[in-house]
Write a protein that binds this ligand. Sequence first.
Ligand code: HEC
Length: 148
Amino acid sequence: MRKIPSLSKFFMMAMLPLAFTHITAHAQASIWDGVYTKDQAARGKLSYSPACAKCHGEIMNGSGQPDQRPSPALAGDMFLFSWNNKPVAALWAYIKTSMPTDNPGILSDQQTSDVIAHMLSLTGIPTGAKPLPSDIGSLAGIMIKRSK
Ligand code: HEC
């Protein structure tokens, strides 16, 4: 086996972080890249309505039932404003561990991603060919952006 001369090896190591930044910058997708499907959003609605709508409202505008405390909108400009520049993974983890407030953790990993697809759909984000994944590693590479 050919040995890499120590000097060029040193340069390779020095360049590695730069190369990595370059790669991740390219690999970074955003919610505008067609990251969920229409069917998935429809499935998400089926999980959302019974578990979340009473507080966040059926159309996610934050107006649920009058006996519930005010809850934020989960779709539209306010949603994009709150989550701008955060990875979908952060939103996913938040929902999975904190929502619904009265019974956190009732959604499965898959249902959590489906509900996010429904949120993106009501926000007017375009659909794509593949559903939103439900593993946090993949979701870490998809950024929420207010605009393309
Ligand atoms: C009992 C009322 C209630 C229910 C049911 C509920 N939420 Fe919430 N949710 C809240 C409140 C109140 C907040 C504001 C944060 C807080 O006070 O904890 C919130 C915050 C959120 C946020 C953060 C919004 C932001 O922009 O800051 C998300 C996302 C969310 N909820 C998703 C869901 C989902 C998905 C469900 C159903 C699985 C759900 N919630 C069910 C009351 C509720």
